[in-house]
Design a protein around this ligand. Structure first.
Ligand SMILES: Cc1cc2nc3c(=O)[nH]c(=O)nc-3n(C[C@H](O)[C@H](O)[C@H](O)COP(=O)(O)OP(=O)(O)OC[C@H]3O[C@@H](n4cnc5c(N)ncnc54)[C@H](O)[C@@H]3O)c2cc1C
Length: 514
């Protein structure tokens, strides 16, 4: 077990980076948000509670109102089935797609973009079209990420794009080219699709064996030595999966690059990130949503299920379990543990600035620092149509990788707000030495089980198979079912569970309710 000091060093690099605010620095306001760990721990520890005594009937109960649960609700409603409720643990639905708003801007607390969908992502196109992102045969220009999209701070200056260019040698470029060729060959197998399930079975043993080694081991085996290429791969997987190349499978690493075709336009983004879609879904589905209802127990009752939240008991024919799936063994009667699953802790901070720091250059939507343990920051005001932006909010992302997630989670919770705030500010100080003069507040979200990580063996594990299969009348729906925590996967599994539900219920009841 690493010591506290070792953990901190692993997380942050050299201890010298962990600067504390100087006495002369301007005071910074802020604190933690969404502190619901206690609720989660009560579930884990199966703490005693007084279950409500009376019960109500609802043919379908959705547990969890993240994107998967909401998309299940969207699909049921769209298909004319209205007899269901959605129970959400938190005070608001949205999960990892929640957002905040202050006098400066709306800003994300997690998901902040959706890539322009590939042709096979038909459901993504459908929902985005319904809510007006696709109009008259084109993507709404307001939502396509404006220029400059990405920049990298490397060797003391900014470059456009995230693949390191400054200082890259011929050997680096050779590795970049060869890597892209390998990715193109994998793409051609048809195994790397979004949603992932659509390509499963393609590619044969060569793709299956990628699940057996880490991405780092695959890069070694293929002779990719370029430090820049390896950094770029590591940055990319930390960004999408919350875990680095030594932690995830080669299958997941290659999927990141092979699943998306190169697209000049995009991604689609909004000040509040995917909170834009959340707003639309919440407005449409409001009548079904019951927040502040942590579900404590789901047990069989006849051919159906008895769903007990802290406030109500529901008797249901069918349950869609759209909460993070590691909770299933704690909540669902007789559901065996899921040891193959592992979750990445994240720290997300929203930093309100009353002016853009000196010499910050042309702020891009996504601003990354080479060699930093963090993922840099996204500007919430990037899509603003105003010609001059004075105040802004930057969302700083930090996937806490490189050590055992359980130890890191403990550290995440044991560390107080002033310390995390100082670390985040310190990280920003490298590209912006005078940033402290600009900062009004730093609000911090400690997300201990933010996303399932696609580790070696997950894809072929019986745990994933059990989750995809579900139980009679209980279907799982969560991005966890792919192991890739992205909107497209959450939506796919939400809709899939809704389809299975409709099949179980049968068309007659559907007709009756139209
Ligand atoms: C920091 C961060 C950045 C991200 N950025 C992006 C991005 O830019 N683009 C992208 O596509 N994806 C991104 N993601 C991935 C994101 O997880 C998915 O896009 C998607 O929001 C996942 O939805 P979900 O429904 O599968 O899960 P979740 O968001 O985990 O939703 C689960 C829901 O279940 C609720 N719940 C839990 N326990 C209970 C209980 N006992 N009873 C009732 N309800 C319960 C939770 O409160 C939550 O609302 C990001 C994730 C993180 C953490």
């Amino acid at each position: 077990m690493p010591t506290r000091r070792q953990l901190v060093t692993q997380l942050l690099g050299a201890p010298a980076l962990i600067g504390l605010a100087r006495k002369t620095d301007r005071p910074i306001a802020g604190g933690f948000v969404f502190e619901s760990q206690e609720r989660g721990h009560r579930l884990r520890d199966q703490a005693a509670y007084t279950p409500p005594t009376s019960s109500r009937r609802s043919p379908v109960v959705i547990v969890g109102g993240g994107m998967a649960g909401l998309c299940a609700a969207w699909w049921l409603d769209k298909k004319g089935f209205h007899d269901f409720v959605l129970l959400e643990m938190e005070a608001e639905v949205g999960g990892n797609s929640r957002y905040g708003q202050n006098e400066v801007s709306a800003y994300p607390w997690g998901a902040h973009y959706i890539p322009v969908p590939n042709a096979e992502s038909a459901l993504v196109r459908e929902i985005l079209t319904e809510f007006g992102a696709w109009q008259d045969g084109q993507w709404n220009e307001r939502f396509l990420c404006h220029s400059p999209q990405e920049r990298l701070f490397i060797h003391g200056r900014w470059q456009e794009g995230l693949e390191p260019e400054i200082g890259a040698t011929q050997a680096d470029h050779g590795d970049y080219r060869r890597f892209l060729e390998r990715v193109a060959a994998f793409r051609a197998t048809g195994a790397f699709t979004i949603p992932f399930a659509l390509g499963e079975g393609n590619g044969g043993p060569a793709v299956d064996e990628l699940d057996k080694i880490t991405f780092a081991a695959w890069l070694d085996r293929e002779g990719f030595r370029s430090v820049y290429l390896r950094w770029f791969c590591d940055y990319s997987t930390r960004d999408d999966y919350g875990a680095g190349i030594a932690e995830i499978s080669a299958l997941a690493g290659i999927h990141y690059f092979a699943a998306r075709e190169h697209e000049e336009k995009g991604p689609l983004t909004w000040p509040e990130g995917n909170g834009w879609l959340l707003r639309k879904l919440t407005a449409k589905l409001a009548k079904y949503l019951l927040p502040n209802q942590p579900v404590r127990r789901i047990a069989r009752q006849g051919n159906g299920w008895r769903v007990t939240s802290e406030k109500s008991v529901w008797l249901a024919d069918t349950v869609i379990f759209a909460a993070p799936t590691y909770l299933a063994p704690y909540i669902v009667e007789d559901f065996a543990p899921l040891p193959a699953l592992s979750y990445s802790p994240w720290l997300v901070s929203n930093i309100t600035l009353d002016h853009i720091p000196d010499k910050a250059g042309d702020i891009a939507w996504d601003n990354v620092v080479y060699g930093s343990p963090t993922l840099g920051y996204v500007s919430a005001t990037h899509q603003s149509l105003r010609s001059r932006v004075e105040k802004t909010v930057w969302t700083h992302y930090w996937a806490l990788t490189g050590a055992d997630p359980r130890g890191v989670r403990r550290q995440l919770l044991a560390t107080d707000w002033p310390t995390w705030k100082d670390r985040v500010v310190q990280d920003l100080t490298r590209p912006h030495p005078r940033i402290q003069e600009s900062i009004e507040r730093v609000d911090v979200f400690r997300n201990g089980h933010a996303m399932s990580r696609p580790v070696v063996g997950l894809r072929q594990s019986t745990d994933l198979r059990r989750l995809r299969q579900g139980l009679p009348g209980l279907y799982f729906a969560h991005a966890d079912l792919s192991g890739f925590s992205i909107f497209e996967e959450a939506q796919y599994w939400g809709v899939k569970a809704a389809e299975r539900t409709l099949q179980r219920i049968g068309t007659p009841s559907l007709k009756k309710r139209r």
